[in-house]
Design a protein around this ligand. Structure first.
Ligand code: PRX
Length: 636
């Protein structure tokens, strides 16, 4: 926790005019958790109602037992029998300035046609489909086409390298990949299909690749494996019955970084997940039919799944997606888009806000942002300075900010202010939402008094919680449920203040949240040690003014090898190739040895002190204190 967070005493709102029309004006304290979630589930369309709300023991609980539901049906068909049939569901702005609008009826046509294509390609209920797409409408269409027929989608962020893509395809045993020829980024074309071709050299399970034509760059199509989306869609029929899925059937899996080298395939259910995202999208974002809602996340992360696709569409939103970079062709692109489409709800990440701050207010000055009525933040702690800047310069002091804490594993927002109820304290994520029992505990699992740091945990199951780690139940139990008896361990540190407001300080494990991306230190370390000169390496998250955290590498070299800029560049190239550009380190330190405890554990806390130029903390458990003096960087 930074000093600026601890010292932030400001309290805002709630704004009386906002409160008057808020979706949630008061919380019914008398509702049991199960009854609360039952009422939220009733907002959705079920083909068959559940027999019981919650069954089983932690960590294997089941929600809405024997309920039958389909996510795609809830996101599309349900709206077709109302005035929403011709409402804009999806507004797309491409980076070059092209645009497209899909009504709910349009979505129905495209999604059902594509579901039929997938079926013809041999995809059945339970099969895994990898989606490796940029922010284009077909990404949303692909996800909904999968969920319509009960196929499990595994979306892989477009910024991942071919190596990271093939690892994820292999782990999930995906049968089909949906990708694009390329996409636009800062005026250039990113060659997505090339990466898929490379990835597929390393895989054996994929039968077919469907390619969406986006940038019209030349690509190689492999005969009998690769097919153009538009050609398949030409003959596909409109209309495809939505599969009645069991509430507990898998909806999707999404890989997230862990503390060991291999990413975890987090598995989400259908009924519980949809209940969680639909409820929180309505309550936290105060979503109304007239809103133009822009969640500026990427579809490749959980935020894109929950608050671009399933939450908003199940509530009949008009959502906006933008393909490209926020500084192309100039640094006012975000504000141009807000003005052009009268965006009323904007949901983004602190790293983006800090970047806007750095670029300066001049980029917002002549823009009409008066359509905005609510702002959201997600992905990492927001420092009070960035919060204030967002509130003043983007929200003009009129828009509540919902700082939403949640994770890939939680599926939906767990801790946030409710804009019609709570006061906001910049830097605090406020309190657990109704139906969520989150708390801060010490290492014995006891609730800590206010002001004391501890572990953020969830003490009761909730509908949108992950159900498993794909094909690895042991890892599921060990990672999330073994630290404290009967509690879900989030891996985050936090404290509560005297009003019960929660302040999240960041990860307490070895996951680095860098510019909103979750990067496992072990993943970075295992790529670096593949270089012939490197003996051992530690990857540490260290403060970075824009990204929140940047990556610092501490490496020891093999006998006869010496640090150099060239070596640094080679190591960065390896990381970019194995993980992606977003994981490129900020700084390298080289040493004869890494500081270790007597039991051989690298003391990451000390490395963090070194990286951030602080005086060293307690070194008494170090095996050899002198190793610290040997660190060198090429910047000295
Ligand atoms: O450390 C927390 C941070 O992001 C982690 C979850 O990352 P991921 O699974 O990629 O999901 C990101 C989008 C939900 C958390 O363990 N985090 C997320 N939101 C916040 C946050 N930290 C502080 N404040 C937040 N609002």
């Amino acid at each position: 926790m930074s000093d600026s967070m601890k010292n932030s005493k400001k309290i805002y709102g709630p704004n009386p005019s906002f409160v008057e029309n808020a979706n949630v004006k008061k919380i019914d304290e008398n509702l049991s958790i199960e009854r609360f979630w039952e009422k939220e589930a009733e907002r959705l369309h079920w083909f068959r109602k559940w027999d019981s709300v919650l069954e089983g023991e932690i960590p294997f609980t089941r929600w809405f037992t024997n309920g039958k539901i389909n996510a795609s049906y809830n996101c599309i068909d349900r709206h077709l029998n109302s005035w929403k049939k011709n409402k804009a569901a999806l507004i797309f702005e491409g980076e070059p300035g092209d645009r497209a609008v899909y009504t709910y009826q349009d979505l129905y046509r495209e999604v059902t046609k594509f579901s039929n294509v997938l079926k013809k390609m041999g995809i059945n209920k339970g099969d895994v489909v990898t989606i490796y797409l940029p922010m284009i409408p077909q990404a949303v269409i692909s996800m909904l086409a999968c969920s319509r027929i009960g196929a499990v989608h595994s979306v892989v962020f477009g910024g991942f390298s071919s190596q990271a893509l093939s690892d994820r395809i292999n782990d999930s045993e995906a049968k089909l990949v949906i990708t694009s020829d390329g996409y636009w980024r800062r005026g250039g074309i990113v060659q997505a299909k090339d990466r898929v071709d490379k990835a597929l050299y390393e895989t054996t399970t994929v039968d077919h690749v469907i390619v969406i034509q986006r940038s019209k760059n030349h690509i190689h199509m492999v005969k009998d494996r690769d097919y153009w989306y538009h050609e398949l869609m030409d003959w596909a029929e409109i209309g495809c019955e939505a599969e009645a899925m069991d509430a507990e059937d898998d909806l999707f899996m999404l890989y997230t970084s862990g503390t060991t080298g291999k990413p975890k395939g987090v598995v989400h259910s259908t009924g519980g997940y949809l209940t969680g995202v639909s409820s929180t999208h309505h309550n936290v974002f105060d979503h109304k039919d007239e809103d133009v809602y822009w969640c500026a996340a990427d579809i490749g992360w959980i935020t894109g799944h929950s608050y671009i696709v399933y939450g908003p569409l199940s509530n009949g939103s008009t959502l906006l997606i933008y393909e490209g970079a926020p500084d192309y062709p100039a640094k006012d692109r975000t504000w141009d888009i807000v003005e052009k489409y009268s965006v009323s709800i904007l949901y983004t990440a602190p790293t983006a806000i800090r970047m806007f701050m750095k670029w300066g207010e001049k980029w917002l000055e002549n823009k009409n942002l008066s359509s905005l009525r609510l702002l959201g933040s997600v992905g990492e702690p927001i420092n009070p300075e960035a919060w204030e800047w967002y509130y003043k310069n983007v929200g003009k002091g009129n828009c509540p900010i919902v700082d939403t804490w949640w994770q890939t594993e939680t599926g939906s927002i767990m801790i946030s202010s409710l804009p019609g109820i709570n006061k906001m304290k910049p830097g605090s994520v406020c309190k657990p939402l109704p139906g969520i029992c989150a708390d801060v505990v010490d290492d014995k699992g006891e609730s800590v008094p206010y002001g004391r740091n501890g572990y953020l945990v969830v003490k009761r199951p909730w509908p949108s919680m992950l159900r498993n780690v794909y094909k690895n139940t042991q890892r599921y139990v060990e990672t999330y449920w073994s630290m404290f008896d009967g509690m879900f361990c989030t891996g985050d540190g936090a404290f509560k203040d005297e009003d019960g407001y929660i302040w999240v300080s960041g990860r307490v494990d070895d996951v680095i949240v860098c510019a909103g991306h979750n990067i496992g230190s072990a993943e970075v370390e295992s790529s670096i040690v593949t270089h012939k000169s490197v003996a051992e390496a530690a990857a540490i998250g260290c403060n970075n003014a824009i990204k929140g955290l940047g990556i610092c590498i501490f490496a020891t070299l093999k006998e006869g090898e010496f640090p150099s800029r060239d070596l640094e560049n080679e190591l960065s190239e390896i990381i970019i190739a194995e993980i992606g550009k977003f994981a490129k380190p900020d700084k390298y330190f080289f040493a004869k040895e890494l500081p270790k405890t007597r039991s051989g554990k690298i003391m990451r806390r000390l490395l963090r002190d070194v990286a951030e130029g602080r005086e060293l903390g307690d070194t008494t458990t170090l095996l050899d204190v002198s190793v610290i003096d040997d660190f060198m960087t090429m910047d000295d």
